[in-house]
Design a protein. Structure first.
Ligand SMILES: Nc1ncnc2c1ncn2[C@@H]1O[C@H](COP(=O)(O)OP(=O)(O)O)[C@@H](O)[C@H]1O
Ligand SMILES: [Mg+2]
Length: 230
């Protein structure tokens, strides 16, 4: 599905260059459930941004379904991103002035889905994440775990092929984090490809495919033969 070849990322801080990724080559295949791991500052979020085409590499090539998207114009990259990818962040990133259902509807309005259809879909997705009783709540009226479930519903609104989750349980107590993990795992069983950043070794083991970074370099990046997926 995705192939990164020798991806490099440097940030230029007024003369000082910070190398965030050094020649990272990985493959994400359809149906994978991958965990990106490594210490703080090792480049995990940078790699997620590049995978999600939220940012561009300063070197290397990015193939999506064998199609080189490295040099595509921004508009085209945005179109691919909205059509194929769903994003979940550590801090939920919901719009505070929109209700749960409105937050889930938003990406569909960018995609031109008519009002009635996007409302129905948003209601259905909120049902799927167990929030049918929280449709009209604003994010501030929801717990962290509930906000993250809204964010998951939103990430699913355009039927993504790939979900990118950057420390999705990082701001949650462990029991709520476990609920999020269960939702991600059930999505993966339904065929959605999942790439997640985590610090939690247990979550990494459950993913079965660990991509490990150290100082921007890949130190491990293939499905772990020791781990059998349920
Ligand atoms: N926008 C940025 N500008 C400059 N340096 C950055 C920027 N984003 C990340 N970095 C640097 O790149 C390195 C990797 O960061 P990041 O990908 O956020 O790591 P992680 O998610 O593993 O904690 C760090 O040294 C960080 O300081
Ligand atoms: Mg990070």
């Amino acid at each position: 599905m995705i192939k990164l070849e020798q991806i490099k990322k440097q940030y230029d801080l007024g003369g000082t260059k910070v190398t965030a990724l050094k020649d990272v080559s990985i493959e994400i295949n359809r149906g994978d459930y991958a965990a990106i791991m490594g210490p703080s500052g090792s480049g995990k979020s940078t790699l997620m941004h590049i995978l999600g085409i939220l940012d561009t590499a300063t070197g290397g090539r990015y193939f999506l379904e064998d199609y080189d998207i490295t040099a595509l114009p921004d508009m085209e990259q945005a179109r691919i991103r909205n059509k194929h990818f769903g994003f979940i962040f550590q801090s939920f990133n919901l719009f505070p002035e929109l209700s749960a259902v409105e937050n889930v509807m938003l990406p569909m309005s960018y995609a031109g889905v008519p009002y009635k259809a996007r409302k129905e879909k948003a209601v259905q997705l909120l049902h799927e994440v167990g929030l049918e009783h929280r449709m009209t709540h604003l994010p501030t009226m929801l717990s962290g775990g509930e906000q993250q479930r809204v964010a998951i519903a939103r990430s699913l609104s355009n039927d993504p092929d790939l979900i990118l989750a950057d420390e999705p349980t990082g701001n949650l107590p462990s029991d709520k984090g476990e609920e999020i993990m269960k939702i991600l795992e059930s999505l993966n069983r339904r065929g959605v490809t999942v790439v997640m950043v985590t610090h939690n070794p247990e979550q990494g083991r459950r993913a079965g495919y660990i991509i490990e970074l150290r100082d921007g370099a890949l130190i491990k990046g293939s499905p772990d033969p020791e781990v059998s997926r349920v």
